[in-house]
Design a protein around this ligand. Structure first.
Ligand code: ARG
Length: 253
């Protein structure tokens, strides 16, 4: 009987430990009505989707995430990390979801589950205003700047070869390098290109050619369908009642 009891006790303890482990980032709603907390990881170097403004996180993704949080009764806490750390951070459970203007790709789907998409984007080519580069064909043999681990990085590495690539952890550093003549072109998401070029329109121009078309979604840990379903329901609602458009229109004219 004693043996049996201690066995039961150890099982209870193990179950307790497992439960604690799972709750590392997500504090479940308590009896007093305190909201659940969800950790969102992002890379706040990507205006107008996520950026820092006087120490505060702003942008389309930041506002959408807060609204999604409200709809599912959770407070959203932001973890600002490198773009290429986002998926590993979601996989390890250190964040509940990643929202970072992240493109849905087949390769990424092997490591995380994606929500319904919420925005379309185009990988565009930005060059110095005096550049002779007019199309993708002119980019062979040139130095191309991208943000590390982005789809721009992945596609350009494949098309132009490793020796062409100049990778930056912040795309604004790439623009700085292009200004001083260190690189010949940058491949980045259209709205981000616009937001950055707007600040310095005499130095850069955006080519009309669309390099790749894609869609953004939120990434959650593989198999976390409980959270994914809630996020999807919130996104669907925001799409159909105009809340999403209202947020987007605040940042994109
Ligand atoms: N859409 C591109 C991708 O998913 C770039 C996203 C970069 N996002 C960021 N917050 N830095 O690879």
């Amino acid at each position: 009987m004693k043996k049996f009891l201690s066995l039961v006790l150890s099982i209870v303890m193990i179950l307790g430990l497992v439960a604690c482990g799972q709750k590392a980032t997500t504090t479940t709603a308590s009896a007093d009505g305190t909201a659940t907390k969800l950790v969102m990881c992002t890379n706040a170097e990507f205006p107008p989707y996520e950026f820092k403004d006087g120490g505060e996180f702003k942008g389309i993704d930041v506002e959408c995430a807060k609204l999604i949080g409200q709809k599912i009764g959770a407070e959203v806490e932001i973890l600002d990390i490198a773009f290429d750390s986002l998926i590993p951070t979601v996989m390890s459970g250190k964040a509940d979801f990643a929202m970072a203007g992240m493109t849905v790709t087949e390769d990424r789907k092997e490591n995380v589950d994606f929500s319904h998409t919420y925005q379309k984007a185009v990988q565009t080519i930005v060059v110095p205003s005096t550049s002779g580069i007019q199309s993708v064909d002119d980019m062979y043999g040139k130095k191309i700047g991208v943000q590390t681990g982005t789809t721009g990085d992945i596609y350009c590495s494949g098309d132009f070869g490793e020796e062409s690539m100049m990778r930056y952890s912040k795309i604004v550093d790439g623009f700085q390098a292009m200004k001083t003549g260190k690189i010949d072109a940058i491949v980045v998401d259209d709205q981000v290109a616009k937001a950055i070029v707007e600040q310095d329109s005499s130095s850069f121009k955006i080519l009309d050619t669309a390099y790749a078309e894609e869609e953004y979604a939120i990434a959650v840990k593989k198999g976390n369908s409980a959270l994914l379903n809630k996020i999807n329901a919130a996104i669907d609602e925001m799409k159909s009642n105009g809340e999403l458009k209202k947020i987007v229109d605040k940042y994109i004219q």
